[in-house]
Design a protein around this ligand. Structure first.
Ligand code: THU
Length: 137
């Protein structure tokens, strides 16, 4: 599974984003160490705060399927019917949620298209993250 395929999976699931309020559609594709890919889109809510980001939707699908170790996540986002101008970087809550499962090393692929993307690590996005190790006695 290469970066381009993962980005393609993120674009495909983005089509399912439920975004009647922001009209900003996000897709995420999370590559497990098993080689399986788990996808998620953002799911908004009339009460706003129950909104789930695409990254956490993908993580919920993965963990619910029994996968807890990950290689990479590809994220794509833009307003409905518009092309990306900025990369969509995961929000703070999603950074923390992802940090729980593997910490700094996760590769994060921020894509505007299959050809135009940048990569970093979760450690770059969440330095000095608080995680399970902090709760070890
Ligand atoms: N959103 C995501 O799904 N992931 C991100 O990384 C940033 C924001 C969603 C939440 C909301 O549905 C919409 O984008 C606008 O904030």
């Amino acid at each position: 599974m290469g970066d381009r395929e993962l980005i393609r999976a993120a674009f495909a699931v983005r089509e399912n984003a439920y975004t009647p309020y922001s009209h900003f559609k996000v897709g995420a594709a999370l590559l497990g160490k098993s080689g399986k890919v788990y996808v998620g889109c953002n799911i908004e809510n009339a009460s706003f705060s129950p909104t789930i980001c695409a990254e956490r939707a993908a993580l919920a699908q993965a963990v619910s399927s029994g996968e807890r170790e990950f290689e990479a996540i590809a994220i794509v986002g833009s307003m409905e019917n518009q092309v990306n101008t900025l990369p969509t970087s995961p929000c703070g809550v999603c950074r923390q949620a992802l940090f729980e499962f593997g910490g700094n090393s996760l590769r994060v692929i921020l894509a505007k298209s299959e050809e135009d993307y940048q990569t970093c690590t979760l450690g770059d996005l969440l330095p000095l993250g608080f995680g399970p190790k902090n709760l070890e006695s």
